[in-house]
Design a protein around this ligand. Sequence first.
Ligand code: UD1
Ligand code: UDP
Length: 351
Amino acid sequence: MKILTVVGARPQFMKAAAVSNVIRQKHEEILVHTGQHYDENMSKIFFEELRIPKPDYNLGVGSGNHGKQTGTMLIKLEEIYEKERPDLVLVYGDTNSTLAGALCASKLLIPVAHVEAGLRSFNMNMPEEQNRILTDHISKYLFVPTVTAEKNLKKEGIEKGVYNVGDVMYDSVIRIGKLAKENSEVLEKLDLNDNEYILTTVHRAENTNDPKRLKNIVEALNESGKKIVLPLHPRTHKYIQDYGLAFSGNIKVVEPVGPIDMIALEMHSCKIVTDSGGVQKEAFFMHKPCITMRDETEWVETVENGWNKLTGTDKNEIINGINSFNPTNEQEEIFGDGTAAKKILDILDRY
Ligand code: UD1
Ligand code: UDP
């Protein structure tokens, strides 16, 4: 079978790292990078460190408003789909690259496989929620990571083609965890000790595009007085400057780090504070208490299991979480057993 995979943003590289090499054991894969993320530390470093196959095409779409970015992807993808005539298009997650990849295939009547299907925040203001719902409804194969995702699809009338394979990011993190233990020197480089710092990431549009929310986050991190390491997403960097905000001395702001150093930073942190989808799960995989600076999460099981606390962007809530959220209870197996990619391959083989 000829499978055309579309990736474009950092979390998709993490997922492709688990899946691409596995599907290539039996099928031909054409890998298309939309170019949504393009800085070296947002793109190239993932392909190099995780040995993701080199993309066959890079559309070079870059940044832009939603319509322009998604529309440019559609135009460029259509040419490639017409030329390559794949049997299946595979997309990951919920970015504009996901939607463009799926929509373009659907219009050309090429079956779509959606990895990480069925997630819902029930907040339609999020571009990601729009992307996921639209993608799920035009997909033929829906690989869900959790039981909740399966239930969400059922409520929307999608039952056919749904497979709970577990989370491909769990596969990736198991693999990258080993690389991090063997190869990462990030603690030495940043002069950090094990278990003595909090790792933070912030990039979600609902937090960066709203000056009040971003100000609350910055003030909470500053006023916590704790040692915080913050690999800063370029989107957030831009808005921090635009709003005239500043971090205080307890916060070590660094450029985005590569995946191996990121997993190492997570492994050695004492707590994680984030608004990222992927980082919430990684915190859970590594048994790190997670404070999520959002009003809702798609990964509800991590909250129900007691390892993730939703604080929204209320300053006191974030500071309280940083100071006193310390779960110790046993975790349930929510995200499968780390063999999601192999399960996806087996299901695709049956067709
Ligand atoms: C995108 C996804 C989001 C995902 C995130 C992962 C959409 C709508 N959003 O958000 O779901 O969680 O990726 O990180 O698809 N920029 C750079 N260099 C880069 C990439 C981006 O400087 O390599 C800056 C640009 O100023 C750009 C901004 O970041 O305008 C936002 O980038 P974009 O890809 O539009 O969205 P993300 O915030 O990265
Ligand atoms: N990540 C990384 N370096 C960083 C920040 C994040 O490698 O500086 C990884 C992180 O480990 C996770 C993925 O990028 O696997 C998540 O991406 P992001 O938070 O940008 O997007 P989301 O998951 O929220 O869509």
